[in-house]
Design a binder for this molecule. Structure first.
Ligand code: MLT
Length: 325
């Protein structure tokens, strides 16, 4: 007959062995990454590019789930409410992770507090583009044309709170433009509408528009930055064109708050390895994107960026007097 103490020690032994911390075994099954916009847009393209490399580092499949709507906030809400076990993560962006709180008074997540930040995936300037039949030759000519006709024109974006929506809000407010704003589930489908000339102009991540600009199916007037992009060298920067409008977009990978630090660390490490991969760096260069520097990477770098961007963008949106609800 074994004494009570021996039975308890045996039970403890079994528990410890079978309950080897989940983090040590992570990942033991495929990982889902929520992209809060439609397939084919910049957030989706970056996620699939990085996810492919990360899956090799982690030894598990990374499954992209596109959950569009409400400027990306539907997808990010789902991510914030997911089980914090490392098997559901997401890639948000400047819109969902910085502008959304000012635009959605009833937003069901806090970009700084509802997530375990993993890291910034990329920075890319926005680009001002229009349908290919647009007569204007320069950015200033385009702005003059828009000022004279905006109420008859259509501006496409990825939903209230998306980068393309916020950039458009700020650009239109600066020049007194009042186009009809038409939302899509991502700037992938919005760009297709621009190519089909169902829209008149957009401001979108340069990584999304570069292939269409080079194909001649849309016209690019400027990159909203102080310098030209090497991958779009024929297009001036806004500053060079004499227009004081810059907008740097970023995308970032997050997990639900409460995800174990060891798991977040494995994901952040796999993301950093993907960012250092020569093929990823070549693709970024082609698409006008830049990877975060080592100091900008990881959970701390992203937490700092989110907090500073929310503080920067919120008063600007409130001054524009716009909310989604
Ligand atoms: C945005 O406009 O916020 C995004 O670039 C949209 C997208 O990634 O589809």
């Amino acid at each position: 007959m074994r004494c009570k103490g021996e039975l308890m020690l045996s039970a403890l032994f079994v528990l410890v062995m079978s309950g080897v911390p989940a983090a040590a075994q992570y990942p033991s099954k495929p990982i889902t990454v929520i992209v809060p916009f439609a397939a084919g847009g910049p957030t989706d393209v970056v996620t699939r590019l990085l996810g492919d490399h990360m899956s090799r580092t982690l030894g598990q499949t990374i499954i992209v789930e596109n959950v569009g709507g409400a400027g990306g906030t539907i997808g990010m809400t789902r991510a914030a409410q997911a089980e914090p076990d490392g098997y559901t993560i997401a890639v948000g962006n400047t819109g969902t992770q910085s502008a959304a709180p000012a635009l959605y008074p009833n937003l069901r997540y806090d970009p700084a507090a509802s997530f375990a930040q993993i890291g910034v995936t990329n920075f890319t300037p926005e680009a001002i583009v229009a349908k290919k039949s647009t007569a204007a030759s320069t950015l200033k000519q385009l702005i003059d044309y828009l000022k004279a006709n905006s109420q008859k024109l259509i501006y496409g974006h990825a939903g209230v709170g998306s980068i393309s929506h916020v950039a458009g809000l700020l650009f239109n407010a600066e020049f007194g433009l009042k186009p009809t704003l038409v939302p899509y589930r991502g700037t992938g489908p919005a760009l297709q509408a621009l190519v089909a000339e169902q829209l008149d102009y957009m401001i979108d991540q340069s990584l999304n528009v570069i292939p269409q600009v080079k194909a001649g199916t849309i016209k690019a007037y400027a990159v909203a930055a102080s310098e030209r992009l090497a991958s779009l060298s024929e297009v001036p920067s806004t500053v060079e064109a004499g227009v004081d409008f810059t907008f740097r977009a970023w995308n970032a990978m997050v997990a639900p708050k409460g995800t174990p630090k060891e798991i977040v660390g494995k994901l952040a490490d796999a993301l950093s390895k993907a960012l250092d991969d020569p093929n990823v760096q070549e693709r970024y260069s082609e698409l006008g994107s830049s990877a975060p520097t080592p100091g900008e990477r990881g959970p701390a770098g992203l937490q700092k960026l989110v907090e500073s961007e929310v503080a920067r963008i919120t008063p600007v949106i409130k001054a524009a007097g716009v909310t989604a609800d």
